[in-house]
Design a protein around this ligand. Structure first.
Ligand SMILES: Cc1cc2nc3c(=O)[nH]c(=O)nc-3n(C[C@H](O)[C@H](O)[C@H](O)COP(=O)(O)O)c2cc1C
Ligand code: SF4
Ligand code: SF4
Length: 420
């Protein structure tokens, strides 16, 4: 049976499932409940200068029957005193010595960072996470994403922390940046032991059409917030893989963004993470989801004949290529399983109006027919079909070897490309 224990950047934990710095890690009461439920680690709600939060502060992107396809917040860092947080963190660490307790922090000056690091080390934290990602409120005060978006500043502040920290330092990156590798490399240059990503994405989740006010409304006004939850997973997966695949980037990655199931977590591992963090799914369904995360990942590893979560790390990321390196001679076409088809004809409409007019209706049956010679293999019909595995994409051997864009006869720069 697989062993789920991990050592992430020098931090031991019973499993790779950690709570992200957010409301589920506000208090010692909560974190101890989470550890009892099975979470392997927790990144405490970000410590820093005193703040005051607004009310209300969350908005959600509803999609069809999903109440929270994406969550938006305009909350700041912890609104409790440093002393209160430290006292509770100390108790948690005493009661759960083998779980990973990480102090997330956001300070302004070098002295504040030093003081914060030492205070947390005194009460026995296992590591630090530097919050360079908060996209609202704190960035207006020169912290959070204002740091994460400025590589030189991020590198400098990471260096300040490393001057005094004896425990591993994780830099949490903002996705509100064009190229995540620039930020990751800055953290690495600053001496970080690991990175975590993503923090939340700048967003407005919706407008109330009666009051014409964006969500969430604070007495008739609003502010852009940070987006997270299932909707952000694709963006996070890509960013994790971009860092993992960068030839000069060598730090472990804690993957964050829309993780709800063991499948989500496994995807982050496959794209280059060696541990994962969860916020929105716990805010929605509670700590108990960790049961499924643990049993699902454990079974998956067993099925794959693997021993530990990090056996998965990067396998899928290593299969990513630049577009121009893909084989233009590879061809798939759609195939409809008439036994499974319920005759809804959604595939026909999609291909007719939104793709390549490669599906025909038939007079004698509601099951549509693929025009195989016209199908370009775009996948759209298989994506809209409501029946699992009713439309499959079938490879059609071309028998003429691989052909990428640099060598393709249609490429006007083919000769030059071949020379380089
Ligand atoms: C209400 C709320 C508050 C958050 N507060 C913090 C915070 O104090 N520090 C931090 O680093 N990230 C904070 N985050 C971001 C989460 O830690 C996490 O990076 C993000 O939500 C993506 O993960 P998810 O999709 O699992 O929610 C917060 C997120 C939410 C929803
Ligand atoms: S979308 Fe799927 S179920 Fe509906 S007609 Fe097409 S093949 Fe059949
Ligand atoms: S794969 Fe694309 S082109 Fe082919 S039938 Fe489906 S929607 Fe049409």
């Amino acid at each position: 049976m697989a062993d789920l224990r991990v050592n992430f950047a020098g931090i031991d934990a019973p499993n790779p499932f950690w709570l992200a710095s957010a409301p589920p890690t506000n208090t010692g009461y909560q974190v101890q409940n989470a550890f009892r439920a099975g979470w392997g680690g927790a990144v405490w709600k970000t410590l820093g200068q005193p703040i005051v939060n607004v009310s209300s502060r969350y908005g959600a992107m509803r999609y069809k029957n999903m109440r929270i396809a994406g969550l938006n917040n305009i909350e700041l860092i912890t609104d409790r005193s440093l002393e209160t947080n430290l006292a509770e963190m100390k108790t948690v660490k005493e009661n759960f010595p083998n779980h990973a307790l990480i102090a997330s922090m956001m300070w302004e000056t070098r002295e504040e960072w030093h003081h914060g690091v030492k205070a947390c080390e005194d009460i026995g934290v296992d590591g630090f996470e530097l919050n360079f990602g908060c996209p609202h409120g704190m960035c207006e005060r020169g912290m959070g994403s204002a740091v994460g978006q400025n590589p030189a500043v991020a590198e400098r502040i990471t260096g300040w922390v490393k001057e005094v920290a004896t425990k591993p330092v994780i830099v949490k990156l903002t996705p509100n940046i064009t190229d995540i590798t620039v930020a990751g490399l800055a953290a690495q240059r600053g001496g970080a032991d690991a990175v975590s990503l993503i923090n939340t994405i700048n967003s407005v989740t919706g407008i109330n059409l009666d009051t014409m006010t964006p969500n969430p409304s604070v007495d008739g006004l609003s502010s852009h917030g940070g987006y997270c939850g299932p909707a952000v997973k694709p963006i996070a997966l890509n960013m994790v893989s971009e860092l993992y695949n960068h030839p000069d980037f060598h730090l472990p990655i804690s993957g964050i963004g829309g993780i709800e199931t063991w499948q989500d977590a496994s995807e982050f591992l496959l794209m280059g993470a060696s541990s994962v963090q969860v916020c929105t799914a716990v805010m929605h369904y509670g700590y108990r989801i960790v049961d499924e995360l643990i049993s699902g990942l454990s079974n998956y590893l067993d099925q794959q004949g693997m021993q530990t979560p990090t056996d998965l790390t990067g396998i899928a990321a290593r299969k990513l290529r630049r577009w121009e390196q893909l084989d233009l001679n590879y061809k798939v076409i759609a195939a409809i399983d008439a036994e499974k088809c319920i005759g809804c004809q959604l595939c026909y409409i999609a291909c007719e109006d939104g793709a390549h007019q490669s599906i025909a209706l038939q007079a004698h049956t509601r099951v549509p027919k693929i025009k195989e010679d016209d199908c370009v293999g775009c996948n759209l019909c298989s994506l809209v079909c409501p029946v699992d595995e009713c439309i499959t994409m079938t490879p059609v051997p071309q028998g003429n070897g691989q052909l990428t864009w640099p060598e393709h006869p249609a490429n006007p720069n083919r000769k030059q490309a071949a020379l380089h």
